[in-house]
Design a protein. Structure first.
Length: 145
């Protein structure tokens, strides 16, 4: 059976910003680059993530001012995956950690991101028999839990 690897599916369109960046500036960059999250850095080292969902649950819902620094609302520590891992491993990690966006890290550098949408897209490619095989594997994993 062939495996699909994270580096085959991940997006390389990533946005990194320093932890002192304001929420307003981060939102402007996200809109301009059409991305759903920001990798937060400290001295160019990735330390956290802020997502579109964070803008709803941690910013708008709590009435935070837009001049707030992104480090105040980021999720940390940053959960990452290696680009040579399989989509199955990425899916398991996302399920276990209840996350929808998973940065891809190679040699201490963020090189991409894989999302639940990416996984759905790759799962829907192929014949009906391929989709049945994928569904069967998912069901078998669920039964083991």
């Amino acid at each position: 059976m062939n495996s699909t690897f994270v580096n085959e599916v991940m997006s390389k369109n990533i946005l990194t910003l320093d932890k002192s960046t304001s929420l307003q500036e981060a939102a402007e960059h996200m809109k301009k680059l059409n991305v759903g999250c920001v990798i937060v850095t400290d001295s160019n080292n990735p330390i956290g993530i802020i997502t579109e969902r964070d803008f709803v649950t941690k910013i708008a819902a709590e009435g935070r001012p837009l001049f707030t620094e992104i480090k105040e609302v980021m999720s940390a520590p940053l959960i990452t995956i290696d680009p040579e891992e399989t989509i199955w491993e990425a899916s398991e990690l996302m399920k276990e950690r209840l996350i929808h966006k998973l940065p891809v890290k190679k040699n201490d550098e963020i090189v991409g991101i894989i999302t639940t949408t990416d996984i759905v897209k790759i799962s829907s490619v192929g014949s009906d028999s391929e989709m049945r095989r994928i569904c069967d594997q998912i069901l078998l994993r669920m039964e083991k839990e």
